[in-house]
Design a protein. Structure first.
Length: 146
């Protein structure tokens, strides 16, 4: 049987402050969610392909000119900006799609060859292929049986 704490007076005195704390705690995360939403918009997927690390990120509405990629040693930095503007001379009746600007830096799990980094953007999906440095690539080890 389910019941509300407000329906039982003896419990309210003990659990009321905890319930108030829970509500305040949730409110903090709701505010953080609104602030961090642009950073999550560039949420990537990293995959180890053996000879390379591949990053894919959904970036709908981002022009290639509003995208920046920087590789500094083993840190990849992705900068994204999306500008949402209506047609000139028109005022939006309702606008739920917002522009944003975000920068994310990712520590790579191994050394990469900066000369062999390739990035493509197709249908709003960014794909970055980071070729591993020769010393970071997997090697086949032969086993001698005695």
């Amino acid at each position: 049987m389910l019941f509300r704490l407000d329906d039982h007076e003896p419990f309210t005195a003990h659990f009321g402050p905890m319930e108030d704390f829970r509500r305040r705690f949730e409110r903090v995360f709701e505010e953080l969610d609104r602030e961090w939403k642009p950073a999550r918009a560039a949420a990537p997927l990293f995959a180890d392909r053996g000879d390379a690390i591949e990053l894919t990120a959904d970036l709908p509405g981002v022009a290639e000119s509003d995208l920046s990629l920087t590789l500094n040693q083993d840190v990849l930095t992705l900068g994204v900006k999306r500008v949402v503007a209506g047609p000139e001379g028109y005022r939006p009746h309702r606008q739920e799609r917002a522009g944003f600007q975000a920068t994310r830096s990712f520590a790579l799990p191994c050394r990469v060859d900066p000369e062999k980094v390739r990035a493509t953007m197709e249908n709003g999906v960014l794909t970055v292929r980071l070729a591993k440095a020769p010393e970071s690539q997997p090697r086949r080890v032969s086993v001698n049986v005695a």
